[in-house]
Write a new protein. Structure first.
Length: 292
């Protein structure tokens, strides 16, 4: 059994990015600049945004964090987005999700200029991804594709079950894996909350991407010997024995599933760190494109 080590792989990718940034600076070119908008004080969102800002510093990017209060209006947020769209120094920006109830998430994601949409959530970029045109791939699926590639996990002709059909993970993951591309060419089934025969589907899968958000949902009894497991889930579970009061759990029951798996991502240290690395990669790409 091989652990798909997202922490180590993301560090390698960050070193590659840092090297590219160093070269840009030596050539007198622009330093990549990523901005993030955070609305409110949700604990997990604050952790993610801070990790993204810290990662920017590590690779030599400039970063800007825009903190807005929980009771911000849609207009205020749209105003910030419009400013970032116009700001020539900003190569890419993200709006941390989820947003407070008074704000229409779809409207916000549509307002981000597609050329600065380094999260790859804008319909224009989703369309380009679907048509296999060059674009920003959404960071989590992009990170998973990189893990498969860097560990040389064969996907061509394999049966893949993606559990979850969200716009940011399950759906794009299923599209990328089924495309005619390296580390694609798989036969993909998308399972979701209405799927009736999930256990049977999983037992026949060569690769399972678990992205449903239910801790330790996938157990050893549900998978076959030699399966490759990508665990996307991150849920905070109350744990008084931990200093921070919680532990992180994936969607996979690691102990039982890892006994049968040939490749598996741990939680934490699997898909999570890859997501941040790919956000940086998209920002670098945007900076390079804009300075041509
Ligand atoms: P979501 O809530 O938007 O979607 C969950 C999906 O799971 C839905 O499509 C739903 O139909 C499906 N589902 C729910 N119950 C099911 C069941 N019993 N059987 C089969 N399918 C079921 O979630 P999301 O935003 O895609 O996130 C999923 C998980 O991944 C969460 O734990 C989230 O925190 C995590 N996540 C991690 C990263 C990362 O960087 N590692 C990034 C994004 C999301």
């Amino acid at each position: 059994m091989t652990i798909l080590d997202g922490r180590a792989t993301s560090n390698t990718i960050k070193e590659e990015i840092a090297e590219a940034v160093k070269k840009l600076k030596e050539e007198g070119k622009k330093t990549p600049h990523l901005a993030a908008i955070l609305v409110g004080t949700d604990g997990a969102s604050m952790t993610y945004v801070n990790a993204k800002v810290k990662a920017c510093e590590k690779v030599g990017f400039n970063s800007t964090l825009i903190d807005l209060p929980e009771d911000s209006t849609e207009e205020q947020l749209l105003h910030e987005i419009s400013d970032l769209n116009k700001d020539n120094d900003i190569d890419g920006f993200i709006v941390q999700l989820p947003l407070p109830k008074q704000i229409d998430e779809q409207k916000i994601l549509m307002a981000v200029h597609p050329d600065k949409d380094v999260d790859g959530f804008h319909p224009v970029n989703v369309g380009k991804m679907t048509l296999e045109l060059p674009t920003f791939l959404p960071a989590t699926p992009f990170g998973i594709m990189q893990l498969l590639e860097r560990y040389n996990v064969e996907t061509s002709g394999k049966n893949v079950v993606v559990i979850g059909r969200s716009n940011i993970v399950g759906r794009p993951m299923s599209i990328l894996l089924s495309q005619k591309r390296s580390f694609g060419n798989a036969t993909v089934t998308v399972a979701h909350s209405r799927t009736k025969n999930l256990e049977e589907l999983c037992q026949n899968a060569d690769i399972i991407v678990a992205a449903l958000g239910i801790p330790e949902f996938l157990t050893g009894a549900m998978v076959k010997e030699g399966v490759t497991i990508i665990d996307v889930g991150i849920t905070r579970i109350k744990d008084e024995t931990k200093k921070r009061g919680y532990r992180l759990a994936g969607d996979v029951h690691f102990e039982s599933v890892s006994k049968k798996a040939s490749f598996i991502t741990p939680v934490p240290g699997g898909v999570g760190p890859m997501t941040i690395a790919m956000l940086l990669k998209n920002t670098l790409l945007s900076c390079e494109r804009r300075s041509v």
